[in-house]
Design a protein around this ligand. Structure first.
Ligand code: CA2
Length: 146
């Protein structure tokens, strides 16, 4: 295996597929995890896929990723727009970092247009649904192999 990619998900994403299907689609988080696992395995990587409703837990996991991961995919959900602790933690992670959002945050309410994370990551993918996670893994694998 070429290494581990941490995939971290923030608050309420555990409800995917059950509510707000018009905004976030019908795919569940478990299905997104399966797609990520398949994509990563095909590229020779392992994933560590997690979800939490707590900001501090995301910070702790980003710190853990410093020791264990070659890359990190993060959908911080609503913390994207409010957190200062998460971008501070991301700044300490030296591998490739990709911020992902299922929806196009720029087509939505004004408060979603700003991300406190974006200037601490290598790339941002939004609006492509679950495929965004797979594209992020592919980018991390390509960068790790270059
Ligand atoms: O589009 C995304 O992936 C978001 O990160 C999702 C967050 C939202 O606050 C961001 O602005 C954009 C919300 C995730 C909540 O997920 C739910 C899923 C099903 C039902 C209710 C919420």
């Amino acid at each position: 295996m070429a290494g581990t990619i941490f995939i971290l998900n923030g608050p309420n994403l555990n409800l995917l597929g059950q509510r707000e299907v018009d905004v976030y689609g019908a795919t569940t988080l478990a299905e997104i995890e399966a797609a990520c696992r398949d994509a990563a395995a095909g590229l020779g990587f392992e994933i560590d896929f997690r979800q939490t409703n707590q900001e501090g837990e995301l910070v702790t996991w980003i710190q853990e990723a410093r020791e264990k991961a070659v890359g990190l995919v993060i959908n911080a959900a609503a913390y994207t727009h409010s957190s200062y602790a998460i971008p501070d933690a991301l700044a300490t992670f030296e591998g490739t970092k990709v911020e992902v959002h299922l929806s196009n945050i720029f087509k939505r309410e004004e408060f979603r247009h700003h991300s406190t994370l974006s200037n601490q990551v290598d790339g941002v993918i939004c609006g492509l649904g679950p495929q965004g996670y797979v594209l992020a893994i592919e980018a991390i694998a390509e960068i790790a192999n270059s």
